[in-house]
Design a protein around this ligand. Structure first.
Ligand code: ARG
Length: 405
């Protein structure tokens, strides 16, 4: 009898490897695995072999690096996308793209079921399920780890029993990686007081105390050159990951509020994301009006929250992107950074759209600003505050008099 097909989003890691077997054994499905390359630099041939070895009937490799960078990360840069002001959303951005690719293959293969390896405790289940259902509400979704309430130790046990290969890194931490960063969870890091050991990082170097400079040029909100060299966005991000990482820049270690309410300790290694967002933000401060900046900050935060919480397909996100795009026309110019021992500081910026005017700002006699304008402005600016305070002072006086009588 012909079995039904199931398309599994397959990273090659522990969770998704265990899923192949469970889908075969428990659901009696033919499993087709799909590995989406978002710049995780894995050995994709080995992943394909592993998938076949565990029992998948077919495997797809999808190179989505360009799409990831141009359709997802580029929006994140323009939106200064940082969840809770810290996390540049690497994992959160890749999930809707992986879901999209898996849905495309389910259409091609005429499969009615999609599976993913998310647990029931994390954010990824939300991102996968909502994107899949938004793209095709008729698909059935199976998430074996969540459905069966599996824990990591049970999975490792199951993997051993069924000869599923697991790497030593997997045993120590749960890692998700793509070109926008590495998310490192689990193991010793579950104690939020324990400092992340150096061995959980790939790009970050701890033995370099040299000073390094990095110059990035932006055009309409997107980086186009690094250190004077024009590169496409994929190469530019890779270049900065290595360079900033070699000066120790790019670690985020914070307590994060997951969508489902759990607080978790998250460690990220994301040099390019941190550098590109910070430099972009700095350039915006030079070219946008204070009114634009104040409002865009609210939009940026909403954008980050929606991206984090799996609402990539919601019409509002698209509307926010349109607003953000409209603000980026003047975000063109250069930003210079100095890096040393894990710290990064912006030390210079320039733009032909700069609203910074030296002849207004200067304290020297070249100033064209008429200081006498200041007096009237201050009077009007403080009018209500001063009035409110004088009412309070007068009422106080009256009350004090009353007390004396
Ligand atoms: N907390 C981050 C997020 O929700 C990282 C999740 C890491 N995922 C993983 N499968 N290890 O985006």
């Amino acid at each position: 009898m012909v079995k039904d097909k199931c398309i599994l989003a397959y990273s090659g890691g522990l969770d998704t490897s265990v899923c192949i077997k469970y889908l075969q054994l428990l659901h009696n499905l033919d499993v087709i695995t799909v590995t989406v390359d978002c710049g995780q630099n894995d050995d994709f041939k080995e992943i394909e072999n592993r998938s076949k070895e565990i029992g998948a009937v077919q495997h797809y490799y999808v190179d989505a690096k360009e799409e990831f960078v141009n359709e997802y990360i580029s929006h994140c840069i323009k939106a200064n996308g940082l969840y809770e002001n810290q996390y540049p959303l690497g994992t959160a951005l890749a999930r809707p793209l992986i879901a999209k690719k898996v849905v495309e293959i389910s259409n091609k293969e005429n499969a009615k079921t999609i599976a993913h390896g998310s647990t029931g405790k994390g954010n990824d289940q939300v991102r996968f399920d909502i994107t899949i259902k938004s793209l095709n509400p008729n698909l059935r979704i199976i998430a074996p780890i969540r459905d069966m309430n599996l824990t990591r130790d049970i999975e490792i046990q199951f993997a051993k029993e069924h000869n599923i290969p697991i790497s030593t890194e997997v045993k120590k931490y749960s890692i998700d990686m793509n070109i926008w960063g590495r998310s490192i969870e689990g193991g010793d890091l579950e104690n939020p007081f324990v400092e992340p050991p150096e061995d959980c990082f790939k790009f970050i170097k701890f033995n370099n105390s040299d000073v390094g400079y990095l110059e990035i040029e932006y055009e309409k909100g997107l980086p186009i050159t690094a250190d004077g060299k024009r590169m496409d966005l994929v190469d530019l991000i890779n270049y900065i990951n290595f360079k900033a990482g070699s000066y120790g820049v790019g670690i985020v270690d914070h307590i994060e509020d997951r969508i489902i309410g759990i607080k978790s300790r998250e460690v990220y290694e994301c040099p390019a994301a941190i550098v590109l967002i910070q430099a972009h933000q700095d350039l915006e401060k030079m070219v946008l009006t204070s009114h634009e900046l104040r409002f865009k900050h609210i939009v940026d935060q909403q954008w980050s929250w929606m991206t984090y919480s799996g609402l990539w397909q919601d019409p509002l996100l698209n509307d926010l992107d349109k607003f953000i795009d409209a603000t980026q026309n003047r975000v063109t110019g250069k930003v210079k950074m100095r890096m040393q021992n894990g710290s990064m500081r912006i030390v210079g910026r320039e733009s032909k759209f700069s609203l910074y005017k030296n002849d207004l700002a200067t304290y020297s006699s070249d100033s064209i600003f008429d200081q006498q304008l200041g007096k009237g402005f201050v009077e009007l600016w403080g009018l209500q505050s001063i009035t409110a305070n004088s009412i309070a002072i007068n009422l106080n006086k009256k009350e004090n008099k009353g007390d004396e009588q």
